[in-house]
Design a protein around this ligand. Structure first.
Ligand code: HEM
Length: 454
């Protein structure tokens, strides 16, 4: 909407001297960002040294990402990654981004995503084949390891040594903390200060570089699927894209899967309905999944969509107004840093009744309800997630394979909590498992007996 006299962006109340709204943000990040919708569709906040404008309405976030994408390129959160890793798809803008996007998109055609199903199913079977009845499973750690293995196998055709997977997982928190600190204090001198935070950030960058280098060079010499798809890229460009895919495709998927199991543990009725659909349509865990089989699982799709609504992984993303623009009724001056939280957007009580309740049936009307301008877990516009269809496939294959093999059970005395960095992570999700028994026409037998699973 273009207004003749655009208004200035209203300032959020509650600013304290020097730190501004930083204490409120750190105390309860998503609660604070969600509360800003009451201030306006865009609200001005001060985060210590930085003034930023938070976009609180999904429709205006969509406008920012799609209609204003040229005038409002990526902001400081991704900028710190560019400094660390170079110009991958996840970090680049303009002509370079278009060139990279053209090169990487062929790795995610429907045909390629379909042919990745096998790798995802195999990686899942191997990992959950190591679980034992009654032994607690640290769900976040397992899902991170699995998501990493999936990117390596399905997109690069390599298996990661276990040590690399562990090193990668350990490095991620230091990377993210450094990234946040650098985006709050973007002065180049800050990054050079000999602070433990900076040292740990550099060490994490080195670990990620090493793991990705090994994956790209093909470890055992197998040709990387991505390399052949992105034939036009030189070696440093392929490496930067590999960093983008490992970076963007691991933690997002792992946290979504962790939240999925957390929600199912607390919702036996949803779990039961989901299992009935999976057993009815797929049989047992030994079945080889296909795109056609996955398309017959509407309730699973609804459950996953609800997990992505309630736990959209991207807590903070930014854009910068390169020129003065009008966003809805507001005038946004050139140079303004615009922040939006996909996680907070989908918890707005004005749009979702009882927003913190996990309720897959709110999607019962199907795609119509999932208006792409209002439901944005994969973003929108030119930077919309290039791996979206791969991600839907991966989530569905992992969920079906786990649930048809094992019956997850809650562990008394454990409590899941939300930890917000640049993504919304699930900590403390622990479950035990017992073998799922599937009724077949012939007999009762443990699920997955034909597929090499327990
Ligand atoms: C639940 C899973 C996932 C979610 C919620 C998710 C979400 C997102 C979002 C919100 C963006 C846009 C960021 C922005 O606007 O700045 C994005 C971009 C991206 N995602 Fe995903 N993602 C997921 C999985 C994946 C996977 C599996 C891959 C690849 C293996 C991937 C690769 C990328 C890349 C490369 C970009 C940058 C695209 C560009 O700028 O052109 N993502 N993702």
């Amino acid at each position: 909407m273009t207004t003749v006299n655009p208004r200035p962006i209203p300032a959020a109340p509650g600013r304290v001297p020097v730190l501004g709204h930083l204490p409120a943000l750190l105390r309860d990040p998503l609660g604070f960002l969600g509360s800003l919708a009451r201030v306006g569709e865009v609200a001005g906040v001060s985060l210590g040294p930085r003034e930023v404008a938070v976009v609180t309405s999904p429709a205006l976030v969509h406008t920012l990402l799609a209609a204003l994408s040229r005038d409002c390129p990526r902001g400081s959160v991704q900028g710190t990654l560019r400094e660390a890793f170079g110009d991958g798809l996840l970090m680049s803008e303009g002509a370079l981004h278009r060139e990279r996007r053209r090169a990487v998109t062929p790795a995610f055609t429907a045909e390629r995503v379909g042919s990745g199903i096998r790798a995802v199913q195999e990686a899942t079977r191997e990992r959950i084949g190591r679980w034992r009845p009654g032994v607690p499973v640290d769900v976040a750690a397992e899902m991170t390891g699995l998501a990493l293995e999936v990117v390596a196998r399905a997109l690069f055709g390599v298996r990661l040594p276990e040590g690399d997977a562990v090193a990668f997982q350990r490095a991620l928190p230091d990377l993210v903390k450094g990234q946040i600190a650098r985006s709050l204090c973007p002065h180049p001198l800050f990054a050079r200060l000999p602070l433990p935070l900076n040292r740990r950030f550099e060490a994490a960058v080195a670990v990620l570089d090493r793991v990705v280098d090994r994956a790209v060079s093909g470890a055992g010499g197998s040709p990387a699927a991505l390399l052949s798809a992105a034939g036009g890229l030189d070696a440093p460009a392929v490496r930067a894209e590999a960093i983008s895919l490992f970076g963007a495709g691991t933690e997002t998927v792992a946290s979504t899967l962790t939240w999925l199991f957390h929600e199912l543990l607390g919702a036996p009725e949803v779990h039961g309905r989901l299992l009935a659909e999976l057993a009815g349509e797929l049989g047992d865990a030994g079945t080889e999944l296909t795109p056609e089989a996955l398309a017959r699982l509407p309730y699973l799709r609804r459950v996953l969509r609800e997990v992505l609504r309630l736990h959209a992984p991207n807590a903070f993303l930014t854009r910068t107004a390169a020129v003065g623009v009008q966003l809805g009724p507001y005038a946004v001056p050139a140079g303004t840093e615009l922040l939006y939280s996909l996680s907070a957007l989908h918890r707005d009580p004005a749009r979702y009744a009882d927003p913190l309740r996990f309720d897959p049936d709110r999607w019962a009307d199907g795609e119509r309800v999932a208006d792409p301008r209002l439901f944005l877990p994969f973003g929108a516009g030119r930077h919309k997630c290039v791996g979206e269809s791969f991600a839907w496939m991966e989530l569905a294959v992992v969920a079906a394979t786990v649930l048809l093999t094992w019956r997850p059970e809650p562990v008394a005395g454990t409590r899941a909590r939300e930890v917000v960095w640049t993504t919304v992570q699930a900590r403390g999700v622990v479950m035990t498992v017992s073998p799922r028994v599937v009724r077949t026409a012939a007999a009762e037998r443990p699920a997955g007996a034909a597929g090499g699973t327990p």
